[in-house]
Design a binder for this molecule. Structure first.
Ligand SMILES: C[S@@+](CC[C@H](N)C(=O)[O-])C[C@H]1O[C@@H](n2cnc3c(N)ncnc32)[C@H](O)[C@@H]1O
Length: 288
């Protein structure tokens, strides 16, 4: 029998994700991360988790579910989370939000805090770092020349440790950098065989760490931010976890601070705690 035939027999032997194991894994993932797999996402979960079955040479999803849900398997929980997250992102994803930030909100914040203030930004669910680095680049190019004495701290967090590692490496393909102005690409990136590497100077301006948005205690430690981007992640949560995460983000903002969600997302029906600031068809949610 050829190796290929062997592999396909092994793959066929590997069971499918039956409804009851799907429900076990779904509620485990939900409790740990807030991510909720709808019924119609069973095959998506099956294909994501099947990578872990292969890695562990397990034949059945039920065996995998038993293993990962035992208390001793914290390391496997990390692998499971890395396997199920969707990390789609790119530089300057929603230019209109960055324009509002630079043209309106940052000047307002500086007016209140004074020309020598330190601003604190947080890219919550930063994936591979493009959002946080977009903020760092904007600050270099658009804010510093006008306000040379204002300093900026950028914290970027994600639950996915692989994504965080990639963010720290700062190597991006042409899909990720397609919205970066050509002059900035030349100024801040170096071309390598596999893409463009962001300069160490910009990379140093962002502090990456793992934070699970659904972990209330970890979220309580994130404090006094002036601007938070929490974009394109609430869509993976159900209403209850959305409300919990948004309440945590509210507490993480300083008075007058702003929260951005994804350009096509809204906090309508999630919370009324914020004042919605509408500028040029973009909404920023202000803690008043
Ligand atoms: C689609 S990406 C969004 C990246 C970026 N914010 C953007 O808008 O381009 C979603 C990210 O959310 C992260 N994520 C999902 N659940 C999370 C949780 N409970 N805590 C922290 N990050 C989470 C995923 O790992 C993934 O990197």
């Amino acid at each position: 029998m050829s190796i290929l035939q062997n592999i396909s027999v092994a793959d066929r032997r590997r069971s499918q994700l039956d409804v009851s194991t799907f429900e076990t894994l779904r509620s485990f993932i939900y409790d740990e991360t807030g991510i909720y797999f709808q019924d119609n996402k069973r095959y998506l979960l099956e294909s994501r988790v099947s990578r872990r079955l292969k890695a562990l040479q397990l034949d059945s999803f039920a065996d995998y579910a038993r293993q990962v849900t035992t208390r001793r398997q914290r390391a496997e929980l990390g692998h499971l989370i890395n396997a199920i997250t969707i990390n789609e992102t790119f530089f300057f994803r929603h230019q209109a939000q960055y324009d509002v930030l630079v043209d309106h909100l940052i000047p307002t914040l500086i007016e209140t805090r004074g020309p020598r203030c330190r601003l604190r930004f947080w890219s919550a669910a930063s994936s591979t770092g493009e959002e946080a680095y977009s903020l760092a680049l904007l600050f270099e190019e658009k804010v510093k020349p006008q306000y040379p004495n204002v300093r900026l701290d950028i914290v970027a967090t994600d639950i996915d440790t692989n994504a965080i590692q990639e963010a720290r490496d700062g190597l991006y393909n042409s899909y990720a950098t397609r919205n970066v102005p050509k002059a900035w690409l030349r100024k801040y990136f170096t071309e390598e065989a596999n893409g463009h590497r962001l300069s160490a100077d910009i990379r140093r301006q962002v502090r990456f760490k793992q934070v699970n948005l659904a972990d209330r205690l970890a979220m309580q430690r994130m404090r006094n931010f002036d601007v938070i981007f929490c974009a394109n992640v609430l869509i993976y949560f159900d209403d209850t976890s959305k409300q919990q995460v948004v309440a945590s983000l509210y507490n993480s903002l300083g008075a007058g601070g702003y929260l951005f969600v994804g350009f096509s997302e809204s906090l309508y029906g999630v919370t009324q705690a914020f004042h919605a600031v509408r500028i040029d068809k973009t909404t920023a949610y202000q803690k008043v």
